[in-house]
Design a protein around this ligand. Structure first.
Ligand SMILES: [Zn+2]
Length: 215
């Protein structure tokens, strides 16, 4: 158990050993990472993410602007987490569905644009491992924050990674050793986008073990 090639039916089995109350998701509106071998011999990993984007900052942002930020975040996540490897034998597809609203209903994550995180204007984003709240510095859309590879796209996709249980490459608790520069590197050290395949497998393990989508 726990190997990256664990068949899907065993994942269902693994779920029954978790506390079911923590994982109630009647609409399927959370982070899911599923994996199967299709009939043509291709391993397919599908990442799904549903969230509400909300403006919790003092900035005046129109509905139209908010909708465009939501599209930009969706596209960044879909781009940064999708990949094809081993000459098409390993395909990862990410799908993000982000609506604009004031609060999550039905189990989505919440991405909140906020004035300040952890008391510092320099903190671009924050998302506790495996949990549903993602904070993004509103300065990334108002222009108050720039440079160092920072962008709404990169920060949002990076914080999404933390909610999916991914750690920084230099985090001592990171189980994945020898990671090169990637999306989960901190922005001041890197503007690299995309996650590595072993990070996708970490997300898959976390999803299969019921570690994601905690309140
Ligand atoms: Zn981070």
């Amino acid at each position: 158990m726990g190997g990256v090639f664990t068949p899907l039916n065993l994942n269902v089995y693994a779920y029954t050993h978790q506390d079911p109350l923590r994982y109630v998701d009647p609409d399927g509106r959370e982070i899911t990472v599923k994996r199967h071998l299709d009939k043509s011999g291709v391993w397919r990993t599908d990442i799904k993410f549903t969230a509400v984007l909300t403006n919790a900052s003092s900035a005046k942002l129109s509905q139209k602007d908010m909708a465009s930020y939501a599209r930009r975040i969706e596209q960044a996540i879909e781009r940064d987490y999708s990949k094809t490897l081993a000459k098409g034998k390993e395909v990862v597809t990410a799908h993000a569905d982000i609506e604009v609203g004031t609060k999550a209903t039905g189990g989505q994550h919440t991405i909140s644009l906020v004035d300040q995180i952890a008391g510092s204007k320099d903190v671009l984003g924050m998302a506790p491992f495996g949990k549903k709240d993602i904070l993004v510095n509103v300065g990334l859309v108002t222009g108050a924050v720039s440079g160092g590879g920072a962008s709404l796209e990169r920060t949002s996709a990076h914080e999404f990674g933390h909610s999916a249980n991914l750690r920084h490459p230099n985090d001592p608790a990171n189980a994945l050793k020898l990671l090169t520069d990637n999306l989960m590197s901190q922005t001041q050290y890197s503007s690299s986008e995309k996650v590595q395949f072993n990070q996708v497998m970490e997300m898959y393990k976390a999803s299969s073990s019921g570690l994601l989508n905690q309140p």
